[in-house]
Design a protein around this ligand. Structure first.
Ligand SMILES: Cc1ncc(COP(=O)(O)O)c(C=O)c1O
Length: 419
């Protein structure tokens, strides 16, 4: 490979195919150095929701840069960080009132786990330091986040034994809450919380859509029952909305699909419209107030260097403004309609399932080998998609035109027909 000094993500560097070199990106298009133009069907790992090189977001960046890029949040603040915190409190489910910034989804999750553990410690329950998570979940690549991602099936399974063991319940699924998968998961959760609540700080899950662990949807009512069980057993509920936040499942937050309010919510990815790494871990007054007091050990001893970066916060504010003023939920609805028309219920020799929710379309094949060669196949047809495992999915930028979206789905369908 020609880029020896660059270590690529999730790749066997001995055999990884050479990556394509992007020299320009505009709207939903990626321009490669050999002249190829590609429609981006996965929004650069789901974050570039407004497309690339967006004039309004660029302006927000330039205006903040003209003042300054960054000041530490220790002892200093900046207007963008303050306004973004106020805005996030306004738009997230009610009761979430306090925002702690980080710089990536994984770090946002680490902050949530640490916050939940210390909440219980501060209240005199130091043994409540373990977590329950869903099988098939994915929460990031740092050690705390790895510990609550699927323990057996995920890319982190090699580390079993080396990271903190946690509790897992089967993932919910099916079309409604009466489904066997939902009922089994809830029974396991009830039993686990009943017997182990003295050790459990929180239940963490990706609401409604499990992303990198299996591109799976489950009924929103599950969240309502999970909330009830957590309340009954004195366990906090954490929603990891790193992937679902900002419209991906059709409502601004997946929590809105069920009208369920978590104790802690984590946002990242689309928070800055894909411009910079930034996360927000947002919590309730009840959690926040447990950190107040005269004892120095009550305080939350956490502070990533780049938390509240002024340029990242300024572009996040501009991104939320676009979502609110340009009726993005209707754009997402239109994407969902096309995806349902084109790929929902599709069948093919090696295709197991074809499903759609919001701006997410998923084709699940029998095994990863069914997707060998797909990347080049799509590239020759002007589309950028990156299958993961046995899943071929699209999560396009919300600004995509119907024509470009149908080009993406045509490529997905052609592959199903051919193979
Ligand atoms: C639900 C969820 N949580 C956390 C993460 C980790 O985010 P990051 O890659 O920014 O660390 C991801 C990334 O895909 C995610 O999908």
């Amino acid at each position: 490979m020609q880029y020896d000094s660059l270590w690529l993500p999730y790749a066997q560097m001995k055999t990884v195919p050479a990556p394509y070199r992007v020299i320009r990106a505009e709207g939903v298009k990626l321009y490669l150095d050999d002249g190829t133009v590609l429609i981006d069907g996965i929004s650069s790992w789901w974050c570039v929701i407004h497309g690339y090189n967006h004039p309004y977001l660029n302006k927000a960046v330039s205006e903040q840069l003209a003042k300054f890029a960054h000041v530490m949040l220790g002892g200093l603040v900046n207007d963008a960080a303050i306004h973004l915190a106020e805005t996030l409190v306004r738009i997230t489910p009610s009761g979430l009132n306090h925002v702690f910034y980080g710089d990536s989804g994984s770090v946002g999750v680490e902050i949530a786990l640490k916050m939940a553990t210390q909440f219980w410690r501060n209240k005199g329950f130091a043994d409540k330091n373990r977590f329950v998570a869903l099988r098939g979940g994915y929460h990031g690549d740092t050690t705390g986040a790895m510990s609550v991602s699927d323990d057996d099936e995920s890319m982190h399974r090699l580390f079993k034994g080396a990271i903190l063991p946690q509790y897992f319940v089967d993932a919910p699924g099916g079309v409604n809450i009466e489904s066997e998968e939902c009922q089994a998961s809830l029974s396991q959760l009830a039993e686990l919380l009943r017997t182990n609540n003295s050790q459990i700080a929180a239940f963490i899950l990706e609401p409604v859509f499990q992303g990198a662990g299996g591109f799976r949807f489950y009924p929103p009512e599950y969240l309502f029952h999970a909330r009830k069980l957590c309340d009954e057993h004195g366990v906090l509920l954490i929603f990891d909305e790193v992937a679902t936040g900002f419209g991906r499942t059709g409502t601004l937050f997946a929590a809105d699909l069920a009208n369920v309010n978590p104790d802690i919510m984590v946002l990242s990815k689309a928070l800055t419209g894909g411009y910079f790494g930034l996360s927000a871990t947002i919590t309730t007054s009840q959690v926040y107030e447990s950190f107040l007091g005269d004892d120095a050990d009550l305080a939350f001893m956490h502070g990533p260097t780049f938390m509240g970066n002024a340029v990242a916060c300024a572009v996040a504010l501009a991104s939320i403004n676009l979502i609110e003023t340009e009726n993005y939920l209707s754009k997402i609805k239109a994407i969902e309609q096309v995806l349902r028309e084109e790929i929902q219920g599709l069948s093919g020799a090696s295709l197991c399932d074809a499903r759609v929710l919001g701006a997410i379309g998923v084709l699940e094949f029998e095994c990863p080998s069914n997707l060998i060669g797909f990347r080049e196949f799509a590239l020759q047809r002007g589309v950028w998609l990156r299958p993961y495992g046995k899943w071929l999915y699209t999560m396009p930028p919300y600004v995509i035109s119907e024509k470009d979206l149908r080009q993406i789905t045509a490529v997905m369908k052609e592959w199903v027909m051919k193979y």
